[in-house]
Design a protein around this ligand. Sequence first.
Ligand SMILES: Cc1cc2nc3c(=O)[nH]c(=O)nc-3n(C[C@H](O)[C@H](O)[C@H](O)COP(=O)(O)OP(=O)(O)OC[C@H]3O[C@@H](n4cnc5c(N)ncnc54)[C@H](O)[C@@H]3O)c2cc1C
Length: 473
Amino acid sequence: MTDFDYDFVVIGGGPAGRRAAIQASKLGKSVAIVDDQRMIGGVSVHTGTLPSKTIRESVLSLTGWRDQYFKSGRSRSSSDMTKTSINSRLATTLGDEVEVIDSQLSRNNIAMLKGKAKFSGLNKLAVSQCVQGKTTSYSVTAEKFLIAVGTKPYRPKSIPFNGTTVVDSDSIAANLPIPKSIIVVGGGVIGLEYATIFSTLEIPVTVIEAREKILEFIDHDIVANFTHQLFERGISLRLGKKIEKISLDDEGSPTVILDDGRQLKSEMLLFTAGRVGSVGKLGLEKVGIEPDSRGRISVDKDTLQTSQPHIYAAGDIIGFPALASTSMEQGRQAACDAFGVPIRNTANSFPLGIYSIPEIASIGMSEEDARDNGFQVEIGVARFQETSRGHILGSCKGMLKCIFDLNDRKLLGVHIVGEGATELIHIGQAVINLNGGIDYLSDNVFNFPTLAEAYKVAALDAYNRMPRSRMSA
Ligand SMILES: Cc1cc2nc3c(=O)[nH]c(=O)nc-3n(C[C@H](O)[C@H](O)[C@H](O)COP(=O)(O)OP(=O)(O)OC[C@H]3O[C@@H](n4cnc5c(N)ncnc54)[C@H](O)[C@@H]3O)c2cc1C
């Protein structure tokens, strides 16, 4: 017997699941989302994107970071005041977000089913919910399903997690600690975002990364500029180093022994080296879907169908790029495909945003990618200190780099480090996806004073160095 029946059931209320549910509802389908958390939103709202960005914004404002150029020192508040202020901002921001999501789902007639879903048949889920120690179960059937269960932090057995001095990014988001010193294991996006947040609070930070380089997918000049800024602020980067062992002293403070024998001590350790798919107890064996060793599900890249054509997967569970931004679009694409209006994303590329302090953003090819792919390129660089807006803000350390194709003058990539990078990148995105190039950027008028003007400066920089034979009339 079935308790509920729908056209489309989405497992997971994160960005991928919500966007898919709304799209299917707009196509006239009956839709439900099953989510196992107390509040809707997924990792994006409760432990990932929004909490980390809200903490970042609070820290920038509490420390007066953006005004530091004009002041002799940064503002200091006690760690209690900092925590209270951040927690209050988190409560407001996340509360507002959940309210908007609830209202969007109810306006679109999407049923919200609470509980942990597990496939019990090809078209059937068993959902169980524990309320005040009592577990209740019900069944849900559907014509089509979307798996959008996301990921959780990777917690290897060798790391002595205790939730207080050895933590992962979920614990940090729940209650930002203000330790006297911190080691961040993992120099990926999440690790660097939190490392720079702690450093802005003037907490000594050491980042340990097993690879020889950080952010290998970002243009090397941008990473060099970013790394230089980290060094200037005293962040210690231990690259190409593996952890042999982590031990805790009587106070619980960690000591890390690296593979070169060096020992690093700190009051706290944040482990951010990887995430795994939340596929445990999802009953995938019942529907013949096999996740990989990191719990990721593979899909057809055009349709987002799994090996079972009526079961789709989207969001972090299908792997790279594992962003809220791309997850939403994948959810929409899956729902459209499931109900007969397939869309194919024709954009060449999607933007990457890294909310470290300073921000990094990127779209299209890096200089290295372009050269490796056989393009003859000209590079245009603008430093924010060359713009009037940069002087006004005092954020003189940023830079914007454009990669142009020497043959057809088109923009191939844009890479930015500095204030506003994650917003500014969308100008580059539009120009690239609309096949624009150096002439658009150098001939158009930009508002003055803006950081966006850096696009024009970069275009003119490249223009000045282009061989005469490649210049337009
Ligand atoms: C610290 C951090 C910072 C980030 N910053 C950014 C950023 O700045 N920009 C950006 O674009 N992305 C960012 N991300 C990534 C972003 O959060 C994810 O890409 C996004 O949340 C993935 O969405 P999703 O829909 O795949 O699933 P999720 O958001 O992970 O949601 C999945 C939901 O499914 C639920 N679920 C799991 N299993 C079951 C089950 N069996 N039954 C019912 N429910 C289940 C989960 O509890 C969860 O509520 C960040 C991530 C982290 C961790």
